[in-house]
Design a protein around this ligand. Sequence first.
Ligand code: IPD
Ligand code: CA
Ligand code: CA
Length: 264
Amino acid sequence: MNHLLDIQEQTILAVEKAATFIKSEIGKTSNSDIETKALNSLVTYVDKEAEKILVRELQKIMQDATFLTEENTIATTHGEWQWIIDPLDGTTNFIHQVPVFGISVGLKHKDEIVVGVVQELNRNELFYASKNNGAFLNANKIAVSSTTTLADSLIATGFPYYDFEHLDNYLSVFKYLMTSTRGIRRLGSAAIDLCFTACGRFDAFFEYSLSPWDVAAGAIILQEAGGKVSDFNGGNNWLHGRQMLASNALLSADLLQVIQARYK
Ligand code: IPD
Ligand code: CA
Ligand code: CA
């Protein structure tokens, strides 16, 4: 078996273990379980425990791989292989029992994400991909939409909630898209936004101030489904650059134009 397919399979098993734990905790957290890390950035013992499960299981797959995790349950280190983990993407939804949240695990080799697994925990949808092996949803191959015009598109975004430096630029893009597309959605999980774009439910997704763990896995799933990711300049700095424009590829030039004209 292809090495990456083997890693992908084992990553899915690790994600399923964390998924079982998180699902068993839905509806059990109370206000005293919620910590505020920074403005509107919430965390619970569920995020931390799920991360520990993932780290423990993923360590078994590749002994020398390093980690970059949202909850820092293991020190961040850098090496040829790095797991990039968000144990619970959509924590605010999880706390409020709004059913859109999931687990996101990406594996980076040198400068490239080569495996991605995202498990949505309410619809039990498992999205995964590995480099050159295609993207899948619950074992079915997925592909991006074939929408070619903004007028026919449904766009996902994430609203700014702590970094308001570019709020006016963002709102200007938002206003343009609100009046020139079928609509805009804000689900509350960037990883799932990317996967929904990968399987054609959304035609595109954009957000600023995201972290690597929000986008690592979803990006390769989208790319393997035929989509395109970039920063707001059309460049490749989307993993650490805190700007994500993801689309079915066909809309990417139009969207870049809309964004660039308003992010000066
Ligand atoms: C958040 C979600 C949300 C996005 C935020 C992320 P978290 O992740 O992906 O959709 O708008 O920027 O931080 O905090 O729930 O893991
Ligand atoms: Ca996240
Ligand atoms: Ca998280």
